[in-house]
Ligand binder design. Structure first.
Ligand code: GUN
Length: 281
Protein backbone atom coordinates (compact mmCIF):
# COMPACT_ATOMS: atom_id res chain seq x y z
CA UNK A 1 0.00 0.00 0.00
CA UNK A 2 1.21 3.47 -0.85
CA UNK A 3 0.79 5.80 2.12
CA UNK A 4 0.25 9.13 0.41
CA UNK A 5 2.51 11.65 2.11
CA UNK A 6 0.65 14.96 1.92
CA UNK A 7 3.31 16.78 3.90
CA UNK A 8 5.98 15.80 1.39
CA UNK A 9 3.74 16.56 -1.61
CA UNK A 10 2.90 19.98 -0.15
CA UNK A 11 6.58 20.72 0.54
CA UNK A 12 7.44 19.75 -3.06
CA UNK A 13 4.64 21.96 -4.40
CA UNK A 14 5.78 24.90 -2.24
CA UNK A 15 9.32 24.42 -3.55
CA UNK A 16 8.04 24.63 -7.16
CA UNK A 17 5.92 27.68 -6.29
CA UNK A 18 8.90 29.38 -4.66
CA UNK A 19 10.87 29.05 -7.91
CA UNK A 20 7.90 30.34 -9.89
CA UNK A 21 7.52 33.39 -7.62
CA UNK A 22 11.24 34.18 -8.08
CA UNK A 23 10.79 34.01 -11.87
CA UNK A 24 7.70 36.24 -11.72
CA UNK A 25 9.63 38.73 -9.62
CA UNK A 26 12.35 38.91 -12.27
CA UNK A 27 9.81 39.21 -15.07
CA UNK A 28 7.38 41.73 -13.56
CA UNK A 29 9.44 43.29 -10.78
CA UNK A 30 6.67 42.44 -8.29
CA UNK A 31 5.31 39.39 -6.48
CA UNK A 32 1.75 38.09 -5.99
CA UNK A 33 -0.02 39.42 -2.91
CA UNK A 34 -2.51 37.40 -0.84
CA UNK A 35 -4.76 39.50 1.39
CA UNK A 36 -6.75 37.69 4.07
CA UNK A 37 -9.68 39.14 6.00
CA UNK A 38 -10.13 37.61 9.45
CA UNK A 39 -13.18 38.46 11.53
CA UNK A 40 -13.43 37.65 15.24
CA UNK A 41 -11.17 35.67 17.52
CA UNK A 42 -12.15 32.04 16.92
CA UNK A 43 -9.07 29.97 17.72
CA UNK A 44 -9.16 27.60 14.71
CA UNK A 45 -9.53 30.51 12.27
CA UNK A 46 -6.64 32.34 13.95
CA UNK A 47 -4.44 29.27 13.54
CA UNK A 48 -5.47 28.67 9.90
CA UNK A 49 -4.82 32.29 8.99
CA UNK A 50 -1.45 32.34 10.72
CA UNK A 51 -0.44 29.21 8.79
CA UNK A 52 -1.66 30.70 5.52
CA UNK A 53 0.34 33.88 6.10
CA UNK A 54 3.46 31.97 7.14
CA UNK A 55 3.34 29.68 4.09
CA UNK A 56 2.72 32.60 1.75
CA UNK A 57 5.76 34.45 3.01
CA UNK A 58 7.84 31.26 2.88
CA UNK A 59 7.34 30.95 -0.90
CA UNK A 60 8.06 34.64 -1.42
CA UNK A 61 4.55 36.02 -1.73
CA UNK A 62 3.40 39.20 -0.09
CA UNK A 63 0.73 38.56 2.50
CA UNK A 64 -1.40 40.86 4.58
CA UNK A 65 -4.04 40.01 7.17
CA UNK A 66 -6.81 42.51 7.85
CA UNK A 67 -8.45 41.85 11.22
CA UNK A 68 -11.87 42.93 12.42
CA UNK A 69 -13.62 42.35 15.75
CA UNK A 70 -16.58 39.97 15.84
CA UNK A 71 -18.91 42.99 16.05
CA UNK A 72 -17.81 44.52 12.73
CA UNK A 73 -20.68 45.69 10.52
CA UNK A 74 -21.26 43.81 7.28
CA UNK A 75 -21.02 46.97 5.21
CA UNK A 76 -17.53 47.71 6.57
CA UNK A 77 -16.34 44.30 5.36
CA UNK A 78 -18.05 44.69 1.96
CA UNK A 79 -16.49 48.15 1.50
CA UNK A 80 -13.05 46.76 2.33
CA UNK A 81 -13.49 43.96 -0.20
CA UNK A 82 -14.49 46.50 -2.88
CA UNK A 83 -11.39 48.54 -2.04
CA UNK A 84 -9.19 45.44 -2.37
CA UNK A 85 -10.90 44.56 -5.68
CA UNK A 86 -9.74 47.94 -7.05
CA UNK A 87 -6.23 47.66 -5.62
CA UNK A 88 -3.83 46.48 -8.35
CA UNK A 89 -1.25 45.45 -5.75
CA UNK A 90 -3.66 42.76 -4.40
CA UNK A 91 -3.68 39.51 -6.41
CA UNK A 92 -5.86 37.34 -4.19
CA UNK A 93 -8.51 37.97 -1.52
CA UNK A 94 -9.59 35.39 1.05
CA UNK A 95 -12.23 35.97 3.71
CA UNK A 96 -11.74 33.34 6.39
CA UNK A 97 -14.89 31.34 7.18
CA UNK A 98 -16.97 30.85 9.25
CA UNK A 99 -18.30 34.39 9.61
CA UNK A 100 -20.29 35.86 12.53
CA UNK A 101 -24.04 35.25 12.15
CA UNK A 102 -24.90 38.87 11.30
CA UNK A 103 -22.70 38.78 8.19
CA UNK A 104 -24.15 37.23 5.04
CA UNK A 105 -21.60 34.73 3.73
CA UNK A 106 -23.06 34.64 0.23
CA UNK A 107 -22.95 38.44 -0.05
CA UNK A 108 -19.32 38.45 1.06
CA UNK A 109 -18.33 35.76 -1.44
CA UNK A 110 -20.17 37.49 -4.29
CA UNK A 111 -18.51 40.83 -3.53
CA UNK A 112 -15.02 39.43 -4.13
CA UNK A 113 -13.86 40.05 -7.71
CA UNK A 114 -13.92 36.56 -9.31
CA UNK A 115 -10.44 37.18 -10.72
CA UNK A 116 -9.12 37.58 -7.14
CA UNK A 117 -11.21 34.79 -5.58
CA UNK A 118 -8.44 32.43 -4.42
CA UNK A 119 -10.98 30.15 -2.68
CA UNK A 120 -12.88 29.53 -5.93
CA UNK A 121 -16.17 30.08 -4.05
CA UNK A 122 -17.62 32.86 -6.27
CA UNK A 123 -20.55 31.61 -8.41
CA UNK A 124 -18.65 32.79 -11.50
CA UNK A 125 -15.74 30.48 -10.65
CA UNK A 126 -18.10 27.65 -9.73
CA UNK A 127 -19.78 28.06 -13.13
CA UNK A 128 -16.48 28.32 -15.00
CA UNK A 129 -15.21 25.14 -13.35
CA UNK A 130 -18.36 23.23 -14.21
CA UNK A 131 -18.22 24.49 -17.81
CA UNK A 132 -14.59 23.39 -18.07
CA UNK A 133 -13.27 26.96 -18.41
CA UNK A 134 -10.29 28.43 -16.64
CA UNK A 135 -11.15 29.31 -13.03
CA UNK A 136 -9.95 29.32 -9.45
CA UNK A 137 -10.62 25.88 -7.96
CA UNK A 138 -11.35 25.39 -4.23
CA UNK A 139 -8.09 24.54 -2.49
CA UNK A 140 -8.99 21.23 -0.80
CA UNK A 141 -10.37 19.41 -3.87
CA UNK A 142 -7.49 20.84 -5.92
CA UNK A 143 -5.08 19.33 -3.39
CA UNK A 144 -6.87 15.96 -3.58
CA UNK A 145 -6.73 16.07 -7.37
CA UNK A 146 -2.97 16.72 -7.37
CA UNK A 147 -2.41 13.81 -4.95
CA UNK A 148 -4.48 11.45 -7.12
CA UNK A 149 -2.60 12.52 -10.27
CA UNK A 150 0.71 11.75 -8.58
CA UNK A 151 -0.38 8.15 -8.04
CA UNK A 152 -2.23 7.74 -11.34
CA UNK A 153 -1.38 10.28 -14.06
CA UNK A 154 -3.93 8.87 -16.52
CA UNK A 155 -7.41 8.89 -14.99
CA UNK A 156 -9.30 8.48 -18.26
CA UNK A 157 -12.15 5.98 -17.95
CA UNK A 158 -11.57 5.33 -14.25
CA UNK A 159 -14.59 4.96 -12.00
CA UNK A 160 -14.53 7.58 -9.25
CA UNK A 161 -16.92 7.72 -6.32
CA UNK A 162 -17.12 10.99 -4.41
CA UNK A 163 -18.72 10.60 -0.99
CA UNK A 164 -20.16 14.01 -0.02
CA UNK A 165 -21.82 16.71 -2.10
CA UNK A 166 -20.68 19.94 -0.46
CA UNK A 167 -19.89 23.08 -2.44
CA UNK A 168 -16.52 23.14 -0.68
CA UNK A 169 -15.38 19.62 -1.57
CA UNK A 170 -17.70 17.08 -3.18
CA UNK A 171 -19.05 19.16 -6.08
CA UNK A 172 -15.77 20.76 -7.21
CA UNK A 173 -14.00 17.40 -6.76
CA UNK A 174 -16.53 15.87 -9.12
CA UNK A 175 -15.84 18.53 -11.74
CA UNK A 176 -12.08 18.00 -11.55
CA UNK A 177 -12.46 14.23 -11.99
CA UNK A 178 -14.92 14.70 -14.87
CA UNK A 179 -12.39 16.94 -16.62
CA UNK A 180 -9.97 14.01 -16.40
CA UNK A 181 -12.53 11.78 -18.14
CA UNK A 182 -13.41 9.77 -15.06
CA UNK A 183 -16.89 8.30 -14.74
CA UNK A 184 -17.99 9.97 -11.53
CA UNK A 185 -20.70 8.97 -9.08
CA UNK A 186 -21.62 11.53 -6.43
CA UNK A 187 -22.87 9.88 -3.27
CA UNK A 188 -23.83 11.27 0.12
CA UNK A 189 -25.28 10.44 3.51
CA UNK A 190 -28.69 9.56 1.99
CA UNK A 191 -27.35 7.29 -0.75
CA UNK A 192 -29.17 3.94 -0.49
CA UNK A 193 -26.29 1.50 -0.73
CA UNK A 194 -23.08 3.44 -0.22
CA UNK A 195 -21.05 0.27 0.22
CA UNK A 196 -22.14 -1.10 -3.18
CA UNK A 197 -21.31 2.23 -4.85
CA UNK A 198 -17.87 2.38 -3.25
CA UNK A 199 -17.12 -1.23 -4.26
CA UNK A 200 -17.37 -0.12 -7.92
CA UNK A 201 -14.72 2.57 -7.51
CA UNK A 202 -11.14 2.80 -8.76
CA UNK A 203 -10.91 6.08 -6.88
CA UNK A 204 -12.79 7.07 -3.72
CA UNK A 205 -12.78 10.59 -2.32
CA UNK A 206 -14.45 10.68 1.10
CA UNK A 207 -15.59 14.16 2.14
CA UNK A 208 -18.80 13.65 4.08
CA UNK A 209 -17.81 14.37 7.69
CA UNK A 210 -18.76 10.99 9.19
CA UNK A 211 -15.98 9.42 11.26
CA UNK A 212 -14.51 6.23 9.73
CA UNK A 213 -17.52 5.69 7.47
CA UNK A 214 -15.68 3.95 4.63
CA UNK A 215 -14.83 0.41 5.77
CA UNK A 216 -12.35 -2.15 4.46
CA UNK A 217 -15.05 -4.28 2.81
CA UNK A 218 -16.33 -1.20 0.91
CA UNK A 219 -13.12 -0.95 -1.07
CA UNK A 220 -11.95 -3.29 -3.82
CA UNK A 221 -8.29 -4.12 -4.13
CA UNK A 222 -6.21 -1.55 -5.99
CA UNK A 223 -8.40 1.49 -5.25
CA UNK A 224 -6.93 4.93 -4.58
CA UNK A 225 -8.61 6.34 -1.46
CA UNK A 226 -8.46 10.02 -0.51
CA UNK A 227 -9.73 10.97 2.94
CA UNK A 228 -10.82 14.60 3.31
CA UNK A 229 -12.47 14.09 6.71
CA UNK A 230 -11.33 15.80 9.89
CA UNK A 231 -13.57 14.50 12.69
CA UNK A 232 -12.99 15.04 16.38
CA UNK A 233 -13.78 11.84 18.32
CA UNK A 234 -13.00 10.36 21.72
CA UNK A 235 -9.93 8.70 20.26
CA UNK A 236 -8.68 11.91 18.65
CA UNK A 237 -8.93 13.25 15.12
CA UNK A 238 -10.01 10.68 12.54
CA UNK A 239 -10.97 10.86 8.87
CA UNK A 240 -14.04 9.62 6.98
CA UNK A 241 -12.17 6.40 6.17
CA UNK A 242 -11.44 3.52 8.55
CA UNK A 243 -7.69 3.75 8.10
CA UNK A 244 -6.69 0.41 9.65
CA UNK A 245 -9.17 -1.57 7.57
CA UNK A 246 -8.84 0.29 4.28
CA UNK A 247 -5.03 0.37 4.37
CA UNK A 248 -5.15 -3.45 4.02
CA UNK A 249 -6.96 -3.34 0.65
CA UNK A 250 -6.33 0.04 -1.00
CA UNK A 251 -3.58 0.67 -3.53
CA UNK A 252 -2.96 4.09 -1.98
CA UNK A 253 -4.45 5.97 0.96
CA UNK A 254 -4.05 9.38 2.58
CA UNK A 255 -3.56 9.44 6.36
CA UNK A 256 -5.42 11.87 8.65
CA UNK A 257 -3.67 14.06 9.61
CA UNK A 258 -0.81 14.48 7.14
CA UNK A 259 -2.69 13.66 3.94
CA UNK A 260 -4.99 16.18 2.27
CA UNK A 261 -4.60 18.89 4.96
CA UNK A 262 -1.10 20.13 4.11
CA UNK A 263 -2.00 20.32 0.40
CA UNK A 264 -4.87 22.74 1.04
CA UNK A 265 -2.67 25.67 2.04
CA UNK A 266 -0.11 24.91 -0.68
CA UNK A 267 -2.98 25.05 -3.21
CA UNK A 268 -4.09 28.41 -1.82
CA UNK A 269 -0.62 29.73 -2.65
CA UNK A 270 -0.88 28.17 -6.12
CA UNK A 271 -4.25 29.86 -6.65
CA UNK A 272 -2.81 33.23 -5.58
CA UNK A 273 0.04 32.87 -8.07
CA UNK A 274 -2.36 31.78 -10.82
CA UNK A 275 -4.61 34.84 -10.16
CA UNK A 276 -1.53 37.06 -10.40
CA UNK A 277 -0.42 35.46 -13.68
CA UNK A 278 -3.88 35.85 -15.24
CA UNK A 279 -3.95 39.52 -14.17
CA UNK A 280 -0.67 40.17 -16.01
CA UNK A 281 -1.94 38.78 -19.33
N1 GUN B 1 -12.35 28.05 6.70
C1 GUN B 1 -12.01 26.75 6.70
N2 GUN B 1 -11.57 26.38 5.47
C2 GUN B 1 -11.64 27.48 4.69
C3 GUN B 1 -11.30 27.75 3.33
O1 GUN B 1 -10.87 26.86 2.57
N3 GUN B 1 -11.48 29.03 2.91
C4 GUN B 1 -11.96 29.99 3.70
N4 GUN B 1 -12.11 31.21 3.18
N5 GUN B 1 -12.29 29.78 4.98
C5 GUN B 1 -12.11 28.54 5.46
Amino acid sequence: MILIDGKKAAADLREDLKKEVAELKTKYNKVPNLTVILIGDMAPSQIYVRNKEKSAIEVGLKSEVIRYPNSVQEKVVLEKIKELNQDDSVSGILVQLPLPKHIDKQKVIETIDPSKDVDGFHPMNVGNLSSGYESSVPCTPLGCYLLIKKIEPNLSGKKAVVVGRSNLNGKPMTQLLLKENCTVTITHSRTKDLKAECLEADIIVAAVGIPELVKGDWVKEGTIVIDVGINKTDKGIVGDVDFDQVSKVAKALTPVPGGVGPMTIACLLKNTIDCFKRSQK
